[in-house]
Design a protein around this ligand. Structure first.
Ligand code: ATP
Ligand code: MG
Length: 429
């Protein structure tokens, strides 16, 4: 049993971390609902062909990161590496594309990459997809709502929006040719990864973290000069809308996305607080994907945010503020000695839970001496200990002991009927 541990890159999210996750999930759900987006829940396993056909054969994900296997029927299945493909598959399959449709989903994704801070093999995304609108007003909407998310999470000062247009598929083809011929003349000066990409997916070289390669790109043809008129107009309109709404952004002409299916608008929200894993949210327009997967041609735009990275940012920030909100400690810890006292405590706690739903009240379990139970009460972080012994049972009362508030008066015995008002005052509930 000793050597059974979690798989590398697949983390347990521990009780002290789940409050961050719940806060993030609740914030996202309420903001998205406010913008008219509905949740869709999708399977984690899909046919491998779905990802090969959507993400693109020569991307990092499909080339080397997918968890694919044959099931007992001999079908090739893949643990989803991202959510858009499955969402589009479901939208086609269930006819969700006939009207403009705003959807979101959340859940685990799987990529076999090198685990490090903010990069795991099982990680979690919340994704947002808007189908059926070709105009950049919807691009502005998804960006605006993402900006609202960071505001609602209190992360706004730490993130920056980067924006680009990668143009139509045709414009990109022309640009790809120009970039390739420029880089072919300098092939030996490129880093190893970029040399490989030059022959498979040259646009990804723009993304290279290698400084020599980046320097080489300074004089390379610019994507901007190859943009088709439609893409350039839409990009100008998007920038105009973001300006009007007061959303700050940086135009980064080297921003491309790792997945093949994007066109026109691409964007990333980045932070400098997470080292190399600085992108917390990435997305863009993917007008060709629905048709590519067998649906009726439908324009679309969307993004996905990385929950681990958001949780890391939030943890740092909340640690600074030493926010009490993250500690899910009980309000009340009840202890008792003797069978009659235990039953009195049990009944009283059930009553209190009826009256104060959502307030955490722990009834000590497992017995033990009065002293050892009191230690547990203290350790629990509870505000109040409620104590039942023979005397309390006999007189129909309970002893109340404040555990945190030094200025409060010490232990007092009160009739059960008065417990209500004491709790209301002590706990502010
Ligand atoms: P990166 O450049 O960091 O590898 P990506 O371009 O592969 O990111 P996307 O496919 O666009 O990422 O996924 C959207 C978001 O999901 C990322 O911005 C990031 O926040 C998160 N993400 C992606 N891969 C991982 C991972 N392996 N572990 C944790 N989060 C991830
Ligand atoms: Mg990646």
């Amino acid at each position: 049993m000793n050597d059974i541990r979690a798989i590398r890159g697949m983390s347990d999210i521990l009780p002290e971390e789940t409050p961050y996750w719940r806060f993030l999930e609740q914030t996202v759900s309420s903001v998205l609902t406010a913008y008219g987006y509905s949740e869709i829940r999708l399977p984690i396993l899909e046919k491998t062909a779905l990802f090969n056909r959507s993400i693109g054969e020569v991307t990092d994900i499909v080339e080397k990161e997918m968890y694919s296997f044959e099931d007992r029927n001999g079908d090739s299945l893949t643990l989803r590496p991202e959510g858009t493909a499955g969402c589009v598959r479901a939208a086609i399959q269930h006819g969700l594309l006939s009207t403009p449709r705003r959807l979101w989903y959340a859940g685990p994704m799987f990529r076999h990459e090198r685990p490090q801070k903010g990069r795991q093999r099982q990680f979690h995304q919340i994704g947002v997809e808007a189908f059926g609108v070709a105009t950049p007003d919807i691009d502005a909407e998804v960006i605006l709502l993402s900006a609202r998310l960071w505001r609602a999470m209190g992360l706004e000062p730490q993130v920056q929006l980067q924006l680009n247009s990668i143009g139509s598929i045709e414009a990109r083809k022309a640009y790809k040719a120009a970039l390739t011929s420029y880089l072919l003349q300098r092939e030996t000066d490129l880093d190893e990864d970029s040399q490989r990409r030059l022959h498979s997916n040259p646009l990804r070289i723009l993304d290279s973290k290698n400084t020599a390669t980046q320097a080489l790109l300074d004089d390379a043809p610019s994507l901007q000069d190859y943009l088709d008129e439609g893409s350039a107009d839409d990009f100008a309109r998007l920038c105009d809308l973001l300006d009007a709404a007061g959303v700050e952004y940086v135009v980064n002409r080297r921003l491309v996305r790792g997945l093949d299916y994007y066109n026109k608008t691409v964007f990333e929200w980045v932070t400098d607080q997470l080292g190399a894993q600085g992108t917390i949210c990435a997305g863009g327009r993917y007008d060709g994907l629905v048709e590519q997967l067998g649906g009726k041609a439908t324009p679309a735009v969307g993004f996905a945010m990385g929950m681990e990275r958001l949780a890391l940012l939030l943890a740092e920030q909340w640690a600074e503020k030493s926010s009490a909100a993250i500690h899910e400690q009980p309000a009340v810890y009840a202890i008792s000695v003797g069978d009659a006292a235990y039953k009195a405590a049990l009944l009283a706690l059930e009553e209190l839970r009826n009256k104060y739903p959502g307030v955490q009240m722990v009834l000590h379990a497992g017995g033990g001496s009065f002293k050892s139970q009191m230690k547990k009460a203290d350790k629990s972080g509870a505000e109040l200990a409620l104590i039942w012994g023979e005397d309390e049972v006999a007189s129909g009362s309970v002893s109340v002991k404040p555990l945190r508030n030094a200025t409060a008066q010490g232990q007092q015995s009160v009739p059960l009927a008065e417990l209500d008002s004491i709790l209301t005052t002590a706990l502010g509930v």
